[in-house]
Design a protein around this ligand. Sequence first.
Ligand code: PLP
Length: 429
Amino acid sequence: MSAAARLLSTSLTPGNDVPEVVGGQGVWFELASGQRVVDASNTAAPLGHGHPAIVEAIRRASTAPVVNEGWRWREREQAAEELAAIAFAGEDWVGGVRFFVSASEANDAALALCQALTGRAPVVTRERAYHGGAGLSRDVTVQPQWHGGLSSPSEVAPAPRLATVHELPAPAGARVTGQVDPTAGDEWLEEARTALGQSAAVILDYSQGGIYHSPAYQDLVAALAVESGAYWIADETVTGFGRVGGWFQFQRGGTRPDLVTLGKCMSAGGAAAGAVVLSARVLERLAGSSWQSYSTYRAHPVAMAAIRAHLRASSTEGIFLRANDFDALMLERMSEVARRHPSVARVDGRGMHWTVELHGPDWRTWRGQESAPVATQVAARALEAGALLATSGEQTSLFVAPPLVVSEAELGVVFDALHHGLEGVDELS
Ligand SMILES: Cc1ncc(COP(=O)(O)O)c(C=O)c1O
């Protein structure tokens, strides 16, 4: 058996001849083929690859003792303090912070906590959401390809869910081109109110499945949650720490979450880490009880060092603001993508996270692996032209999310590659 055959994994770009990465510096990946390509769909690397502050922090933390969540570790307390003081500066509703190994684990733990606090088991998300692959986070991952079970060209056998999941309609409008937002009217509100009234929590993220909802949608769902006695969890795994410009997307609305879940980019790719940030109100509800949960590698010293280094570098170098500065340019370049390519059906995004959806099978009809879905064909051609793009496993959509330190010239490489990729499928439309 070859080494590649022994290792099990699922590619984000199905049917692709998956490129082998052998190195990386800045926004660039070096491939085994010798080619250098821009890493154009990686939300775990806001500072790019090999940022000196992250490298140095990890080097220093590698001499730390093997200290698990059960013992105090000063740098863990400092990381929680600095997360609140730097990323959540001015958000005086923030109460406590708990670290996890990943955003999947943080979402599972946050949802379970809401179940315990409300005594209700069902949970609510929105159509086409992705929140992770562990426990309850897998339950609220409702994109059909990420069910945690089996799929083959002839059969799909999803893993059964742990809880009842209600799906709110996705606010799937688009800034550039696409469709009218199905939540623009108020026909969906009554059903949403009923679902929330039965549920422990509603969890909303701000980018997955190419859905970038408005602050108004957030505020509406937040008000429904308050009215129905459900908690609101803002999943900022992707959009946190500057991906859409400013520390968090929830800050664009007027409401504030009960819980915020974090991960992916929080440690700038330096180590596996997730977090749940609790509001002071939720923290008060916990007074007199302890949140019974434990895992060996949570809040590992290397992860704590990487988080602190990321917070410092992002705030002092102004990296968390860069996506704001690039928003107008991205909008212009994405508008050109939509104009030039008949293969493109919908384009939406914010700051430094954009989704390009192509004509082809509707995402709801995903039934199993296909040898080369249309989005994979685009990604393969884009790679030839110098950018590594990913599809999130969907057949007809790609996302563009390079490191936040990307330059305008490097973005030019990404857009040239995207145009080249789309030219290969335009005649199919
Ligand atoms: C919005 C959102 N939440 C949670 C997760 C889970 O993150 P992880 O795979 O790092 O556990 C993801 C991963 O893509 C995500 O996009």
